[in-house]
Design a protein around this ligand. Structure first.
Ligand code: PNS
Length: 190
């Protein structure tokens, strides 16, 4: 459709043909919906990737947004988390990775996103997630939060537990992608 614009612009204003142009153009003006999936992703788990797969099917574009400068001191730097997530979302054509600072609602507005997705694993997650969703709604009523459930096999998986189990010598195979395990091993031996 973009190719039609020059032709449209050269039709004199008030001309009979121009009366039909907006109607014709509107037929092709597709509304696409962008969503944000925010988090710390320290590191990305298979539960996160499962949620990303679900989000990528629901929305036209999904931005996985890593919170910078989170108060908790992360295991992986921001650059490492970007690299791991970029690797993880490579298989999806409509998913990108970004970082943000400050309020999530401000980032969502900058991105022209209409929805935020968050994973809810258990009732214990729900209370915190509901608080955040309602606070975000107060700050940005136009932004909808959508809770998604990952596959039940990831319902107990969290970045925090993965780090703890790995640190204590347990296996985290199947819980995080192989490239994350490699990075964790490299971190341990350095
Ligand atoms: O993976 P996490 O650590 O559970 O993600 C939490 C996150 C990043 C979604 C949340 O801390 C957040 O949105 N922080 C941005 C600051 C903000 O907008 N706070 C007000 C909303 S409660």
């Amino acid at each position: 459709m973009a190719g039609l614009w020059p032709a449209i612009c050269f039709v004199p204003r008030g001309c009979f043909a121009t009366s039909f142009v907006p109607l014709y153009y509107n037929q092709f003006a597709v509304h696409t919906i962008k969503a944000i999936y925010p988090g710390s992703f320290d590191p990305v788990t298979n539960g996160h990737l499962d949620l990303i797969a679900r989000g990528s099917k629901l929305f036209d574009h999904l931005v996985v947004a890593i919170l910078q400068n989170a108060s908790k001191s992360p295991l992986f730097s921001e650059a490492e988390r970007i690299e791991m997530l970029t690797e993880g979302v490579r298989q999806f054509g409509n998913v990108s990775v970004a970082t943000f600072n400050g309020l999530l609602v401000d980032f969502a507005r900058e991105q022209h996103a209409e929805a935020v997705i968050r994973g809810v694993r258990a009732i214990s997650d729900y209370e915190y997630e509901l608080q955040m969703a309602l606070m975000n709604r107060r700050l940005a009523p136009e932004l909808e939060t959508i809770f998604l459930m990952s596959d039940a096999k990831y319902s107990f998986v969290s970045s925090r537990l993965v780090k703890q189990v790995f640190e204590l010598g347990g296996s985290v195979e199947g819980l995080v992608p192989p490239f994350v395990i490699e990075r964790m091993k490299a971190r341990r031996s350095s």
